[in-house]
Write a protein that binds this ligand. Structure first.
Ligand SMILES: CC(C)C[C@H](NC(=O)[C@@H](N)CC(C)C)C(=O)O
Length: 681
């Protein structure tokens, strides 16, 4: 018996392996594609930032709404195994469609590198994304529940370990996703899953369960309404009003599911904060210094998950248990929410530090002006009514001057005096360029936000007497100013050329700065040495490492909240509605994403740190509500309740027989374990 039990255990580890590897491959494919999605929208479909971000969030929300569909198909019709197979095929077709939509040659008849028919590419990519959302979302609740189904009632410890390993695989898959193409991984997902086919425990769907559930709930509501008069005796639960027509077992199962779904109402708030990691926090990183922006952003969360899940599971939770504290799943989830709130407090503190270093940008009613002098002598510049600036030749005013009106008159102390009227841009930043011929002084618009992705915005003013060519820039006429070009951090070289003459100009850049380089007429005679720089915007000075605490806190929160939520959703669901409850759990994420889309756009506060604190306070309030709801929740053993109802109904169906068998098996396991211990002694 001992030998056969060991064999059984080994077999189980083997087919659980197929399920978790399947999840690894699936997440690998999903995150690999998601990582480049916004770039595809921005640089291939040429959408603007807002449209690209909105469609991206809508896609993510859809991926977490489609689990409902997958769960209905699995629990009512095909069963989890077949649903996973069929929807994986849909998923693969979606990835192929998406891949085809990125081939610009299909509609690029004139071979100029840009597609001629954008509508075709947009339609194809939208179709691909819908199929992917259907595939990834549809299989998600089924894979988790199908993995759980491989364990027996008494194996709750192993079940929890399974969900932890499952979560590790999600994150390992997403971490490695940047290395191999998504397409290959969908094919391997399917192959790995089918490989274990013969070994799985497959539970059959029990007819159209969702339809029966809806009809039963509808009948209970109608019946309750019909008997609303106080002359009718009250019933313990409103679902008991379905007793007249529906099976007691179905009513008991619906009660279990509704109890858990009710508990889920406050949960989307956690995801609202969590999902801002990829948006607000990424933007915050672009205003910081440090050269690991992209690596940090895409990998820090999965790396922390891979370290924190084992630490929590093997060290922290057992330690808490040893201290005699009852750290129940719902308590863990509440603490997880509080960690996420702390992460946002940490983000707010970092933001306050960043704000101290940010330039003072004009408000929507103000205008800002800086003056650059490339005239041969120092100038006295008067800007009406009372702004007086003394500006050296090839120098600039110290900082921007802020005006609360747009119309200004500028006078220069040249001989004769030159006076010119200008109209400034409301809410904008501009530079007044005074060239070698001051009568043609002009305004040039400046950047009024930090350059994106830690890049630097640079431009050149040509004080040379003829046209100049500068590396990667169009030729500049004398006295003209180029538009801004974005350059990466590090040392950059520029070659300036006019006919046969040339010189090389090198400059080391930090992150997020903006400069105007003034080229004098002597540029070639002193080998570019005389080029002067005007700092329009200082480089970022708060280091990105300061974001690590907020990532650590939110990931600790995620481990407590999300891994526990996954386990809880499985353990509290009746056998025939395991996928449905998994889908309900995933839907909390979809709603969270939708809230990010709506609230974050509508309710922008003027100060980013205040918005972070607002979100943190909202989550604390929600976690208090959730803890009260959790206090009144009694943990159940769905199998036990189902068995009890069957017994009350006088039924002794196969389920009961199965359970008796399981109990016998458990006894057998225990006896064997004791046997082993005795042998050791
Ligand atoms: C549980 C799900 C709603 C989300 C889960 N995400 C994660 O585990 C993240 N830590 C991954 C990271 C790369 C954002 C998922 O199933 O993908």
């Amino acid at each position: 018996t001992l030998f056969s039990n060991k064999k059984k255990k080994r077999k189980k580890i083997c087919y659980i392996f197929f399920i978790v590897v399947n999840e690894f491959c699936e997440r690998f494919s999903y995150y690999g594609m998601r990582a480049v999605l916004v770039l595809y929208f921005r640089y291939f479909l040429l959408w603007d930032d807002d449209l690209a971000t909105s469609i991206y969030h809508a896609f993510v929300a859809l991926c977490y709404l489609t689990p409902i569909l997958g769960a209905i198909i699995a629990d009512s019709w095909l069963g989890k195994f077949k649903t996973i197979i069929y929807l994986s095929i849909v998923y693969a077709i979606g990835q192929v469609t998406m891949a085809i939509s990125t081939i610009h040659d299909i509609t690029d008849a004139n071979r100029d590198g840009t597609p001629d028919n954008f509508t075709f590419h947009i339609a194809l990519s939208m179709l691909g994304l819908i199929l992917i959302a259907l595939g990834t979302g549809g299989i998600k609740p089924c894979v988790a529940a199908f993995g759980g189904d491989q364990f027996q009632e008494h194996q709750s410890r192993q079940l929890n370990t399974f969900f932890s390993v499952f979560y590790l695989c999600i994150n390992a898959g997403s971490l490695l996703s940047t290395l191999i193409t998504p397409l290959k991984s969908v094919a391997s997902t399917l192959m790995v899953f089918i490989a274990g086919s013969g070994m799985y425990v497959k539970t059959d769907p029990e007819g159209n369960i969702m339809w029966s559930v809806c009809k039963c709930i509808g009948f209970a509501i109608k019946n309750r309404f019909r008997h609303r008069s106080s002359s009718y005796p009250k019933r313990e639960h409103w679902m008991d009003w379905a007793n007249e027509k529906y099976d007691k077992l179905l009513i008991a199962q619906i009660k279990m599911v509704l109890k858990v779904l009710f508990l889920y109402i406050p949960l989307p708030m956690f995801w609202t904060l969590f999902d801002q990691k990829g948006s607000r926090w990424t933007l915050q990183a672009t205003t910081m210094s440090g050269d690991f922006v992209s690596i940090l952003i895409s990998t820090v969360n999965p790396i922390l998950i891979l370290t924190l899940v084992p630490i929590m599971d093997r060290l922290i939770f057992p330690l808490i248990q040893k201290c005699g504290l009852n750290f129940s799943p719902l308590k863990r989830m509440t603490v997880g929410m509080l960690f996420a709130a702390m992460a946002f407090v940490s983000a707010a503190l970092v933001q306050i530090e960043i704000d101290k270093t940010l330039p003072n940008f004009p408000s929507s009613s103000e205008s800002q002006l800086k003056v650059v002098n490339t005239y041969s002598t120092t100038l006295n510049v008067t800007i009406s009514p009372n702004e007086h600036l003394l500006i050296e030749s090839f120098g600039s005013s110290a900082d921007y001057v802020t005006f609360d009106h747009q119309d200004i008159t500028v006078s220069l102390n040249t001989n004769p005096v030159i006076t010119k009227a200008f109209s400034l841009i409301k809410g904008g930043r501009q530079t007044l360029i005074i060239p070698s011929d001051p009568t043609v002084m002009y305004l040039k618009e400046d950047v009024k936000s930090k350059p994106r992705e830690g890049k630097n915005a640079i431009r050149f003013v040509n004080g040379y007497t003829a046209d100049l060519n500068i590396t990667n820039l169009d030729s500049i006429e004398p006295s003209a100013t180029t538009n801004y070009t974005l350059v990466n951090q590090g040392k950059r070289d520029f070659v300036l050329r006019h006919g046969e003459q040339w010189c090389e100009f090198s400059r080391k850049f930090g992150f997020g700065a903006s400069y105007t380089f003034l080229i004098p007429s002597t540029v070639f005679s002193d080998d570019c040495e005389s080029i002067t720089e005007v700092e329009d915007m200082k480089p970022n000075s708060v280091h990105m490492a300061l974001q690590i605490p907020q990532y650590f806190l939110i990931t600790t929160g995620e481990v407590m909240f999300s891994v526990t939520g996954l386990q809880f959703s499985y353990s509290q669901a009746p056998k025939n509605m395991k996928s449905v409850l998994q889908a309900g759990w995933l839907c909390t994420n979809a709603v969270g994403n939708i809230i990010v889309l709506i609230v974050a756009e509508l309710g922008k506060l003027p100060k980013q740190w205040a918005e972070y604190l607002l979100f943190a306070s909202l989550l604390v309030a929600v976690s208090i509500i959730f803890s009260i709801m959790a206090y009144f929740y009694t943990y159940i053993d769905p199998a036990e309740i189902e068995a009890q109802v069957r017994k009350e109904q006088g039924l002794e169906p196969e389920e009961m027989e199965k359970e008796t068998l399981e109990m016998e098996e458990k006894d057998e396991d225990q006896k064997n374990e004791q046997g082993v211990k005795q042998t050791k002694i």
